[in-house]
Ligand binder design. Structure first.
Ligand SMILES: [Zn+2]
Length: 324
């Protein structure tokens, strides 16, 4: 009997992660390719088309076929049309792109498109640290803060696919300006870019007399300094973790999840980060929110995006009555 696979693509600013998996999410093959993000919409679509072709060929090489294909992408994805709403940072011309239509015209298999953080939440829910949960809240801590939620076994999308903007919950009214244009968002304190900026500001204050170029310092420098024991770097990182925990309280009180899954580059690099976020949450949450709550590290790492997209494709096919 021919093997049946689901293909997943995870579009990022520099590369596309690609893979195929079985209906239980077991990886059969994966790879990565350049996303051509800087070259605009046409080039990104061409890269996605090529990635999909390679995934379909990988299934055929294994004597099987791809039943459906899923894509995770940055930006707000309209759940009804699959089109991108609003401009997306680092993906020029992506606003308005009809990705489902693009895949439909080129490949004769069903395709779904989902926001990348939502895909990752679904990936962890179906195949990772959230297996067996009913209500899951995912936070990814990297340059920005991503969020996703599964409630009563369904992905929470919102009316136009814009739900779960965890990074833009207000932490401090009138506080630091956020990249999104709002003021005082959690991301401005807890996202990698926000913490790196604060670290550079504090370094500049401390080393006023020295000629230190703090402008060029990024989040990877901050993490490196923290891991090598730099007290100021760790102070900034610890504060970012604590504020994320406090900011997430609102989401936990609203959604009453049974599991919180924490992932992303900073969580992977710095074990203390998860501990501090959990500590901040547990010390402040109402007892009813804590009653059955577990806080765990994401299991799928940077595979969650493509596996989640592939499992969204499977979910879509099941809903259409395609296959079990
Ligand atoms: Zn914001």
């Amino acid at each position: 009997m021919a093997s049946q696979f689901f293909a997943g693509l995870d579009l990022g600013g520099t590369e596309i992660k690609i893979g195929i998996c079985g209906s239980d999410g077991t990886e059969a093959w994966s790879d990565r390719s350049p996303s051509n993000a800087a070259q605009g919409q046409e080039a990104i679509l061409a890269a996605l088309g090529e990635a999909a072709k390679v995934a379909i060929a990988a299934a055929e090489d294994r004597g099987g076929e791809v039943l459906a294909l899923g894509l995770g992408t940055p930006g707000v994805v309209d759940p009804d049309s699959g089109k991108i709403r609003f401009p997306v940072a680092n993906l020029g011309g992506w606003h308005g792109t009809d990705i489902v239509g693009f895949f439909r015209d080129r490949f004769s298999i069903p395709a779904v498109v989902e926001n990348d953080a939502n895909s990752a939440a679904w990936g962890e829910f179906k195949t990772g640290a959230g297996r067996g949960a009913r209500n899951l809240l995912l936070a990814t801590v990297g340059t920005g803060i991503g969020g996703g939620a599964v409630i009563d076994g369904e992905l929470l999308q919102g009316s136009i696919g814009g739900a779960m903007e965890l990074g833009h919950i207000t932490y401090q009214p009138g506080g630091r300006p956020c990249n999104c244009g709002l003021i005082g968002c959690v991301e401005a304190y807890s996202g990698g870019w926000g913490m790196a900026k604060e670290w550079a500001r504090q370094l500049a204050t401390e080393t006023e007399t020295e000629n230190t170029n703090t402008e060029a310092l990024g989040v990877s420098d901050l993490i490196k300094a923290g891991l090598s024991g730099d007290p100021l770097a760790n102070k900034v990182l610890d504060e970012g973790a604590r504020i994320l925990g406090e900011g997430m309280m609102s989401a936990v009180h609203l959604l009453n999840p049974d599991v919180i899954v924490l992932g992303g580059g900073i969580i992977d690099a710095r074990p203390r980060h998860l501990e501090l976020i959990e500590e901040a949450l547990r010390s402040r949450l109402l007892p009813k929110a804590l009653a059955s709550l577990s806080v765990v590290k994401a299991e799928q790492g940077n595979r969650a995006g493509w596996i989640g997209a592939a499992m969204r494709a499977q979910h879509h096919l099941n809903k259409m009555g395609g296959t079990g």
